[in-house]
Design a protein around this ligand. Structure first.
Ligand SMILES: [Zn+2]
Length: 114
């Protein structure tokens, strides 16, 4: 992990480094930059060791949007907090989910033919 990514490794380090972090929606493009108070409030719920690296959450920035929010930190410009390993794992998880859905549908169709 780079020194810069290390400075946003978890909520505690984000508070110590003061590096700007934001959530951005892939779908609607809404952006929310976190204040110190936002990070403190989140840390109160999930702990200071919680990491936003390789995380995503359903959009809560725009009502009705079902896109994903991902996290970015600023070092001159905004950089994604997703790592290559994280992206790869996410793609594998989604592929497994699609496979399970395919199996479920195939099973359902074969049952309904009987
Ligand atoms: Zn959105």
């Amino acid at each position: 992990m780079s020194a810069i990514l290390g400075s946003v490794e978890n909520l505690g380090k984000m508070l110590v480094s003061g590096r700007p972090v934001r959530a951005r929606c892939e779908q609607c493009g809404a952006i929310k930059e976190f204040t110190t108070e936002d990070i403190e409030a989140l840390a109160a719920k999930v702990g200071y060791r919680y990491s936003l690296i390789d995380r995503r959450c359903k959009c809560r920035l725009t009502p009705g949007c079902d896109g994903w929010n991902r996290f970015e930190y600023r070092q001159n410009v905004w950089w994604s907090m997703a790592t290559e390993t994280g992206r790869l794992n996410e793609m594998r998880r989604e592929a497994r989910q699609r496979e399970r859905l395919r199996e479920f549908i195939a099973d359902y169709q074969s049952r309904s033919k009987r």
